[in-house]
Structure formats: structure tokens, C-alpha cells
Design a protein. Structure first.
Length: 397
């Protein structure tokens, strides 16, 4: 990192610190992200996604470095900060501002889905703003491809019945991710998170909040979203349809882009259908609502002769046999993984309690069934382009 002057801290994450930096002998400023080496798999994933996407509303990755104890990403510097900080300052935004931010965010998310990528961690702290107020989407450490999601789901079904790896921010996780018999991300779960962000911009908090993980999950699964009457009818309708508890009834891309809230249709290419998500959701009892599903990104499964096999029976979101036991399972997993990550976590609380305290809506949790710590010196077969080692850059800062 000797090529850069490092200035003040401009952001912090659970495992990372972001500095304002300047490349030596230039007037080019960057966001320099320092990440604990234990997070190497997630940083490689973030880098691969950013390198594969070149879009005006997606953050640019310029280079990355590896030193003895850290990984360093050199990213586009967004002087406007993140949306979470903005909302903490202003509490809520007028619909005109939400309209502008929402269109940019849609454009970025559309680029991901068009390339078969699911973000899996959409939330205000991952939405950055440049000097002109343009959205730059970041935070791709949990992003996954549709093919990877399907392969892992099939593998887990053949073994324990659970996907072995899941992290996320509970306040922005869709109901199907919190059910006991289904925990795979899809385009529809990204649409739910998008609805949460738009709702928070207008109301000042996500649709469901609680300091208790148990209470939060129960609310997401069973309570209806409160839509203030002060919001316009068009905006309420957009939120209501993005936040449908049944992912098959959630808005798809054609419906979102044509929605009257945007005042005029947003002209973007059609997102290629991903039949894998219909297979995943259909295997857990979700069904398309008749032929109205034609415009949704959750495509029907093609049969061997190439014809579509569309399920036409309208159903509500299926209810698992025992919600309470699944909520407790999620809490125990999250608490165990927190204890593994943070020495002394829970030492002052009731050890028999399975609940997890949520400090704020941005709290990220790990619901992985079996936590495997990754050695810092582990070699990975797939590296990022443009990486540089400590030897070529003078070691740690």
C-alpha cells in the first residue's frame, strides 16, 4: 500500500475499515477498504462481481492488494457517503428524492439480475452516493450467481435439508429466507430488500424492526406492513407489491419498471428469465398466481420438450409446520456464531436464552449451520485480476 497516502476513516464494517486515500503523485482520491484476512472468501467474491460489472450505478473496483494481515480494495470514492448515514441525519426523504434514488438503485439491481447475480445483502449502508447524488451500489461480499444458488440448494436437499451457508441483515431479509424449509436467495428476495430500502427512505426505519431477533423474524413472517396514509397511493402500491410475503406474488422486473410511481416507464433491457428460482420456490410450495406470472423474473420450469410447465394454482405463502421452532433455530445459530466471532459475547446474558439482541437495523448475522474458520494463508484457485502481494507493495501500512 505504499502507492497511496491514507487519510481519515470514512466508514467501518463488522470486519473492515474504509479510509479516504490518494494515489501518490496524483490528485486522484479513492476509498481504500482494509479487510480482515479471515474474510478472504467474501472479498474475492465482492471483487469478482465488481470486475464483471461495468455500470454507472455500480461501484468501481480499481485494484486490490494483499498484505500480511489484511486485504485492501481500492474503490471509487463516493463523497456523498452512504444512504444509511443520510437517513440517520434526515430521518426520512420526500418522495421526489426517493424517486431519484430509486431509479438509480433499480438500474444497478437490473444490471446484476441481467447477469444472473443476486446481491443477497441490499440495505442502505451498501448504497453509496457520489458528489452528484448518483447511486453507487456496493457491498457484494454475499452476492451469488443463480447457478451457484441452485447447486447449493440441490446439494443441501440431498444431505441435511439445509443450505450450509447463510449470512445477512435480518431487517432486510425476506420471509422465505427465514422459513424452516427454504433459505435460498433469489431475484425475489432482492426485490423484497429493495422495497425495504424504499420504505425506510419514506418512513425513517425498515418495515419491521425490533431489538429482539425472535420478535423481528416473527413480525416479518406474520405481520402486515404498515403503509402510512401520508404516502402517495402510487408509492404505497409499489411498496405493497414489493413487500408481498409470497415471493411468487412479488413484483417482477416488467411490473416494477412500468409502475406508475416512476411517472414514466424505465427503459431497460428485459432481464433473462432464471428458471432456477421457480424450481427452488416451487419445491417449497410457492406457486405462481395464474398467468399473471408471465412478466415475473421467477420463470416457469421448462420441460424436456422445451415447453413451459406453469403452476396455475394460486396460493398464499405456505406456512411452515412449526414457525416457533425455526425462529429458535435461527437465533441459536446466530448466537453461536456470534460467540465464535466475539470473545465473551453473551457472557453477561442468560446463556439458556436463544434470542439475539439487535443493536440496530444494520446488524448483520451469520446463520451458517456449521461455522468453519478459513485460515488466513489458505490458497484459493480463483484469484482476482490485478491483485498485488505484500512483497510488491512494501508490506502492511
Amino acid at each position: 500500500m505504499n502507492n497511496f497516502h491514507i487519510y481519515e476513516v470514512v466508514g467501518r464494517g463488522k470486519h473492515s475499515v474504509v479510509y479516504k486515500g490518494r494515489q501518490k503523485k496524483t490528485i486522484q482520491y479513492y476509498a481504500v477498504k482494509s479487510v480482515e484476512k479471515s474474510q478472504r472468501p467474501y472479498i474475492l467474491q465482492e471483487g469478482k462481481v465488481l470486475q464483471s460489472l461495468k455500470h454507472p450505478n455500480v461501484m468501481t473496483l480499481y485494484s486490490w492488494y494483499e498484505t500480511t494481515n489484511h486485504l485492501w480494495l481500492v474503490l471509487e470514492f463516493c463523497v456523498g457517503g452512504d444512504l444509511l448515514t443520510l437517513l440517520r441525519q434526515d430521518k426520512k426523504l420526500p418522495e421526489t428524492s426517493i424517486h431519484d434514488i430509486g431509479r438509480d438503485l433499480l438500474s444497478a439491481l437490473h444490471a446484476l439480475h441481467s447477469n444472473g447475480i443476486v446481491h443477497c445483502d441490499l440495505k442502505p449502508s451498501n448504497v453509496l452516493l457520489d458528489e452528484n447524488g448518483r447511486v453507487k451500489l456496493g457491498g457484494f461480499g454475499l452476492a451469488r450467481t443463480a447457478a451457484d444458488i441452485l447447486n447449493k440448494h440441490r446439494s443441501s436437499r440431498r444431505s441435511s435439508g439445509q443450505d450450509g451457508s447463510k449470512r445477512g441483515t435480518p431487517c432486510y431479509m425476506s420471509p422465505e429466507l427465514l422459513r424452516g424449509d427454504f433459505n435460498c436467495h433469489s431475484f425475489a428476495s432482492d426485490v423484497w430488500a429493495l422495497g425495504c430500502i424504499l420504505y425506510e427512505c419514506a418512513v425513517g426505519q425498515p418495515p419491521f424492526v425490533s431489538s429482539s431477533l425472535n420478535a423481528l423474524v416473527d413480525a416479518i413472517l406474520h405481520k402486515e406492513v404498515h403503509l402510512p396514509s401520508s404516502l402517495s397511493e402510487g408509492f404505497r402500491d409499489l411498496l405493497r407489491r414489493c413487500l408481498s410475503k409470497n415471493p411468487m406474488e412479488r413484483m417482477g422486473w416488467e411490473e416494477i419498471l412500468r409502475h406508475p410511481f416512476w411517472k414514466s416507464s424505465i427503459k431497460l433491457d428485459k432481464v433473462p428469465k432464471q428458471a432456477v428460482f421457480a424450481e427452488l420456490l416451487g419445491s417449497c410450495g410457492y406457486r405462481l398466481e395464474g398467468e399473471d406470472g408471465e412478466g415475473r423474473d421467477l420463470a416457469p420450469i421448462a420441460s424436456d420438450d422445451g415447453k413451459e410447465n406453469r403452476a396455475v394454482s394460486p396460493t398464499a405463502a405456505p406456512r411452515p409446520k412449526d414457525d416457533r421452532s425455526n425462529v429458535l433455530r435461527l437465533s441459536r445459530l446466530a448466537k453461536r456464531n456470534l460467540q465464535n466471532e466475539e470473545a465473551g459475547y453473551g457472557s453477561t446474558s442468560n446463556e439458556d436464552s436463544a434470542d439475539v439482541k439487535l443493536d440496530d437495523a444494520d446488524t448483520e448475522l451469520d446463520f451458517t449451520e456449521e461455522t468453519t474458520l478459513v485460515p488466513a494463508d489458505k490458497e484459493y484457485p480463483c484469484e482476482l485480476e490485478g491483485s498485488m502481494s505484500a512483497d510488491s507493495n512494501g508490506g502492511e501500512r
